[in-house]
Write a protein that binds this ligand. Sequence first.
Ligand code: ADP
Ligand code: 5GP
Length: 214
Amino acid sequence: MSDFVLLVLSSPSGAGKTTLTRRLQQSFPDLRFSVSHTTRTPRATEVDGRDYHFIDKAEFVRLVECGAFIEWAEVHGNFYGTSVDEIDRAKADPNCGGIIFDIDYQGARQIRAKVPEITGVFILPPSMPELLRRLRGRASESEEIVQRRFQVAMREIEHYALFDFVIVNDDVERAFDALRAVVVAERSKRVRKAHLAEALLRSGEVPKVQAPNG
Ligand code: ADP
Ligand code: 5GP
């Protein structure tokens, strides 16, 4: 296992994944955001190819049928999927140290079944009223869509046990510190660093220890 991390972030909509992902990429520029394909309509601030690959349903179905997705799911009435290509390109890039996936629990479960070594992080809102406030505060969707997302939040939270870490996004800086710690800890795992210890052992150099009084 190398330093390459596969960080899967999930949460109910509005809990703060996008906000935390942006912060994480500033702190770890070698982490690449996995750009999913979706049939959802773009929000005003979203850019095709940066936030999502926006495609229609016929194209989505075609990609599913040709096995282009490592995982896909229907979420809030739209289809979302992660392409195998996205992962292969990141792994082939020598400057890329890992991938951040912003996907729902159904996708997280599918990826985990294929790639058990992912690091799964579930983001919780501090309370349900605050989640609703954030969904409304994003001001990019109608009240109907906000309500639809809020209604399924509980079902999403029920799946927290699929993840390795749970972080409460009460304060962005505090949540970000916790997320950063997860990445640092993941990269420090013995299985990832064993080769360094083994190389030192193989080098056979016995360090000269200086006596305290010269
Ligand atoms: P998600 O990607 O999980 O749907 P976003 O990152 O889009 O969530 O966050 C939803 C809204 O909540 C955004 O307007 C964002 O600025 C805001 N937000 C995120 N984290 C916090 C926080 N800790 N405190 C207050 N507002 C937050
Ligand atoms: P949004 O429409 O707010 O961008 O995303 C809605 C939900 O879809 C979020 O829970 C987000 O994590 C999830 N999502 C985004 N991309 C993917 C994907 O490729 N696969 C799956 N399974 N879920 C995704």
